[in-house]
Design a protein around this ligand. Structure first.
Ligand code: C5P
Length: 310
């Protein structure tokens, strides 16, 4: 985003995420599944430029932009509307989204848009909410939205929205295999329901995983990565079998589906090896795009605020 910015515009960036662990319990009466998850924000971002406008509207460019709705189904649109309602303000905004996170990929791209839109509109409109208040609005918008505000590495309980920061040392290097034919979160949870009917257990996070994070040791962490949505995601998107086969033939420590998929994230021992793994998976031609990222990354934050006098 190097073009001149309109006066008064606010530019906020929010990260995509992967789930290092995602344990799912049986669906509750509210239609949601209790989760115990560990999120890690990674260096793949959504950029939201909030420009003063008469009405609330959204436009989208960047990765998979053609598949993102710009009307009130768009989570950033809903975020701006919710903030206006919650603060009783009658204001408009043009949210110009530049997507870096795959759409419907299980990496929380839409949630990052919503988190960035909340923060950008709060700054643009001068509504001055505390981070905690933004967090409450974020949780109303979706289970992954509060995490996109806070970023870093965090444990998510409840619907995934009750967050506790996790201690993680060092950087973890990931290779992402992106499949453009996305999956929606509800369909993957429905497939999980069918595979786990009658299940009675509370989801939990392994202590060993938390210890591996504190140690900053990718080899140890690899042994404890887990995603209960992986089996239903593979069932719905059989191309994933080829992706896993391709990673198996590299020095990736472990590969797993990110969130509800279909993005697959493979943990590498270091950055140089991540580049070599990415080249091999690219060569195998099993994914639509292969990227190298690292985590943890920061949560939604202000990049630039263009003063009116400029
Ligand atoms: O909260 P969010 O809008 O992102 O969730 C989308 C859908 O994913 C929900 O409507 C629900 O079907 C499913 N979901 C769930 N349990 C969760 C989170 C999401 O069943 N903890």
């Amino acid at each position: 985003m190097t073009e001149p910015r309109p006066a008064g515009a606010v530019h906020v960036r929010a990260p995509g995420k992967i789930n290092l662990s995602l344990a799912v319990g049986p669906k509750g009466e509210d239609g949601y599944h209790p989760l115990a998850t560990v999120f890690q924000a990674v260096t793949l971002y959504e950029d939201v430029l909030a420009v003063p406008d008469e009405v609330i509207r959204v436009s989208v460019t960047g990765r998979h932009a053609d598949r993102v709705p710009t009307d009130s189904r768009n989570l950033a649109h809903r975020a701006a509307t919710l903030l206006a309602e919650a603060t009783g303000i009658d204001a408009g905004v043009h949210l110009q989204i530049t997507k870096g996170v795959p759409t419907a990929g299980g990496m929380g791209g839409g949630s990052a848009d919503a988190a960035a839109a909340l923060l950008a509109c709060d700054l643009l409109w001068g509504t001055g909410l505390a981070r905690e208040e933004l967090g409450h609005l974020a949780a109303e918008l979706g289970a992954d939205v509060p995490f996109a505000l806070t970023g870093q590495t965090a444990v998510g309980l409840g619907r995934g929205d009750a967050l506790t920061p996790a201690l993680a040392r060092g950087r973890f290097h990931w290779v992402l295999a992106i499949i453009e034919d996305g999956l929606t979160t509800p369909e993957v949870f429905r497939a999980w329901d069918q595979l786990n009917s009658g299940a009675r257990f509370a989801p939990r996070i392994s202590d060993a995983l938390m210890q591996a994070l504190v140690a900053g040791d990718p080899r140890r962490l690899a042994g404890h990565l887990r995603n209960d949505l992986q089996v239903p995601a593979i069932e719905l998107q059989p191309r994933l079998r080829e992706v896993f086969k391709a990673f198996d033939e590299t020095s990736a420590l472990r590969a797993l589906v990110s969130g509800s998929g279909p993005t697959v994230a493979a943990l590498a021992p270091d950055h140089a090896t991540a580049l070599a793994i990415a080249a091999a998976v690219e060569q195998a031609d099993v994914a639509d795009e292969v990227l190298v990222v690292s985590g943890p990354a920061h949560g939604a934050r202000l990049v630039e605020s263009v003063r009116d006098s400029e």
